[in-house]
Design a protein around this ligand. Structure first.
Ligand code: ADE
Length: 223
């Protein structure tokens, strides 16, 4: 999968070069390119923002640099996403579908937003990461990439995917590692028993209990 990120702030994407996403790129499963929208501005000072017509607070990103940046990378099979609070909210199913795309282009808005004509002409899919407003599309873009990358074949194991919260509707069970006792708290005996059937049963019970307590809206009986 190839991901092109169009942004005025390429320096804010350091997170993508660490841990699992770094490995996914090194092994060629995902290629991420950062494209500086400012390089496409035809203004002699490379200006990319201006005051909104009709007045109002703050600045808007102008249409021309974004439009030309998109055209420089768009192919027939490109999925173009515009992170915005007005979009459909990201879910595991949505992320899984995105993980099957060959090419995704993210348009990162900033300041008070972007000129509506970019949206009218390019018709990107608007996608939200929740009902709150952030200062730009950079963080949502990283959130969406992190979430979809986990569904790209080979980025994490099938087992980890299946055991995560939400994979069967409920939240994930509690996990423990060494030492066996920490600050007087011991790891539950069943996890040390070596009895895989009992462990699976305990985990399923814990998962249901946790979901009922913490997110009763999500609760599902699972076997
Ligand atoms: N840009 C600003 N706020 C956002 C949000 N909640 N989701 C996606 N993009 C955004």
């Amino acid at each position: 999968m190839i991901i092109d990120i169009l942004t005025l702030f390429p320096e804010s994407f350091g997170y993508l070069n660490s841990s699992i996403l770094k490995r996914a790129q090194e092994s060629g499963k995902i290629q991420i390119n950062l494209i500086d929208i400012r390089n496409f501005s035809t203004d002699k000072h490379k200006k990319c923002d201006d005051y909104p017509f009709g007045g109002g607070a703050g600045m808007l990103m102008t249409a021309q640099p974004i439009f030309d940046a998109v055209k420089s990378v768009q192919k027939e099979n490109s999925k173009i996403l515009f992170p915005s609070p007005v979009g459909k909210v990201l879910s595991p199913e949505y992320a899984k579908n995105l993980s099957k795309q060959e090419h995704i282009i993210f348009i990162c808005g900033h300041y008070e937003g972007i000129d509506q004509r970019v949206i009218d002409l390019i018709k990107p899919e608007e996608i939200s990461i929740g009902d709150y407003v952030l200062t730009g599309g950079e963080l949502p873009t990283m959130v969406i990439i992190d979430c979809l990358a986990r569904f790209v074949d080979g980025v994490i194991t099938e087992e980890s995917l299946n055991e995560e919260s939400f994979s069967c509707g409920n939240l994930e069970y509690p996990q423990y590692t060494r030492p066996q006792v920490f600050e007087g708290l011991a790891v539950p005996d069943v996890l040390l028993s070596g009895n895989h059937q009992e462990i699976a049963k305990w985990r399923n019970e814990q998962s249901q209990k946790r979901t009922k307590e913490k997110r009763p809206d999500l609760f599902k009986i699972s076997k």
